[in-house]
Write a protein that binds this ligand. Structure first.
Ligand code: AMP
Ligand code: ZN
Length: 493
């Protein structure tokens, strides 16, 4: 680790030096998806941002326990229906089939974008007992009340001794003014109170029996319970997209303070939104597209498809706390940038320091390259600035190119500087930014090209070439079959 990591903490609204409670251990909790539909590219941006944070902490020597939950109950639509329950009814499936299907899809999408899986991925339905326990604690502390089978958190009471709104910067009086009435939810004492337990309507299919009613837990509760269960009552980092700051994270803070008497997390990190023409990408706005559509190009807004690593590169070219606006132009620029990066890496990977080369290097070159390497650390240390880091990697790759063309001699670097440069470029690109090399042409396309050549060779009676190609393909386990008028192939059995 070179230098100190500084992190923008949404709770204090300042950039702070990162000091975990119990180094080298770091506990990080990130709110995961509600698995009732496909994740869109906006969701992917948030999870890729936290993937880089997780990767950099690990790269810096911390032992990270990364917990990302799966919300499989309790996240309500504006209509008051549970998202998963509604989808299950629509598709005539078990709610857990919906949960499984979209969890599988989510995992596949994240793997496609080369995100490391979390160390623990707990689900809300797997932690009902713990949620019920927390409700009881809040009731015992006088901060929750039962009303008609549902249990609510008493925000007004909590705010008498604590600060509800300290994360989002909202004031309770203003919030109360904004919510004039109880929106027909007569069970609550006050409009700002939020549900810890909801009595299930007769048609609601996800339901559990408690002393209050047959019902289901409120959405905010699961994260308070699962984060503290796996990371301890006070852990290091809690994250999610900006849109979760209020009310979700504000309510989490209130629940933990209400039950245990202190904030759950030391640092709150919020990622900014992926926008389309300046508007947040969201399913309900109808401006979202799915990751596979961006990869295949199969969407009216897209001029072509883009590879997963190009998309990841595009996302990392901006800082996580800035909005990132999607456009074909921006992605086409990313295609060029990413190709340049991959070309540089290919050259670097094949480059070795000449065995007989002198070891010292020239002072100015050595100093310059060491500074460029240090800059990669400084950029990531500056609140995980991936955009700046990419810039520094490109500066280093210019040096690689100069070595490649002979403008710069290996002896001007010396072995240890060369080794450090190589290690830094590869470490930051692959381990920290998670940009892995992907082939630009897939196996099937390559095979079709070879078969085309085989067909041409036959037609022009170039039999030597025909034999050569047949042998080459056989060595790869492919048997060429001459059919009448066409060429077919099969795997050798
Ligand atoms: P959801 O399943 O909708 O609760 O979202 C899962 C995660 O994606 C949350 O952390 C959201 O804040 C985040 N998210 C939703 N929309 C966007 C967007 N347009 N850009 C970035 N992150 C988003
Ligand atoms: Zn959450």
């Amino acid at each position: 680790m070179i230098g100190k990591l500084r992190v923008t903490n949404s709770l204090t609204r300042t950039k702070e030096t990162f000091e975990p409670y119990n180094p080298p251990f770091v506990g990080m909790y990130v709110c995961g998806p509600t698995v009732y539909s496909d994740v869109h590219l906006g969701n992917v941006r948030t999870f890729v941002s936290f993937d880089v944070i997780n990767r950099y902490l690990k790269f810096s020597g911390y032992k990270v326990r990364y917990v990302r939950n799966i919300t499989d109950v309790g996240h309500l639509l504006d209509s008051g229906e549970d998202k998963i329950s509604k989808k299950a009814k629509l598709d005539n499936l078990e709610p857990m089939e919906i949960v499984q299907k979209y969890s599988n899809d989510f995992h596949q999408v994240m793997a496609t974008f080369n995100a490391l899986p979390p160390d623990i991925e707990p689900s809300a339905t797997g932690h009902l007992l713990e949620q019920i326990e927390m409700i009881k604690k809040l009731m015992a502390n006088g901060l929750a009340y039962e009303s008609n089978g549902s249990v609510y958190f008493d925000v007004t009471k909590y705010n008498e001794s604590q600060d509800y709104g300290k994360l989002s910067g909202r004031k309770i009086d203003e919030l109360l003014n904004q919510t004039r009435d109880l929106d027909g939810q007569d069970d609550k004492r006050n409009a700002l109170d939020f549900a810890l337990w909801k009595k299930a309507a007769p048609e609601h299919i996800m339901r559990w029996e408690t002393e209050w009613s047959v019902g289901f837990p409120g959405w905010h509760l699961e994260c308070s319970v699962m984060s503290t269960k796996y990371l301890g009552q006070q852990f290091d980092i809690h994250g999610g997209g900006m849109d979760l700051k209020f009310p979700h994270h504000e309510c989490e803070i209130a629940q933990c303070n209400g039950a245990e008497g202190h904030d759950p997390a030391k640092y709150w990190i919020h990622t900014n939104m992926l926008t389309v023409n300046g508007q947040k990408m969201s399913k309900s706005l109808g401006n979202s597209f799915l990751p596979w559509q961006l990869i295949s190009g199969d969407h009216p807004m897209l001029s072509r498809g883009y590879s997963p690593m190009t998309i990841r590169f595009f996302m990392l070219q901006s800082h996580y706390a800035s909005t990132l606006d999607f456009s074909n132009d921006a992605l086409n620029a990313a295609v060029k940038g990413y190709a340049k990066l991959v070309n540089g890496l290919r050259v670097l990977k094949e480059m070795t320091f000449p065995p007989e080369g002198p070891g010292q290097g020239e002072e100015t070159q050595v100093a310059q390259i060491n500074k460029m390497c240090d800059n990669c650390y400084h950029a990531m240390n500056d609140d995980f600035n991936t955009a700046l880091t990419i810039g520094h990697i490109f500066n280093l790759l210019k040096k690689v190119n100069s070595l490649h063309t002979g403008q710069l001699g290996f002896e001007q670097l010396g072995k240890s500087t060369f080794d450090r440069m190589k290690e830094t470029i590869l470490g930051f690109t692959e381990e920290v930014l998670g940009l892995k090399q992907e082939s630009t042409i897939n196996g099937e396309n390559l095979l079709q090209l070879l078969l085309e050549e085989y067909k041409n060779a036959k037609e022009t009676k170039a039999y030597d070439k025909v034999d050569q190609l047949r042998a080459k393909l056989k060595a790869e386990g492919i048997l060429v079959k001459d059919m009448k008028g066409s060429i077919d192939w099969a795997y050798e059995e």
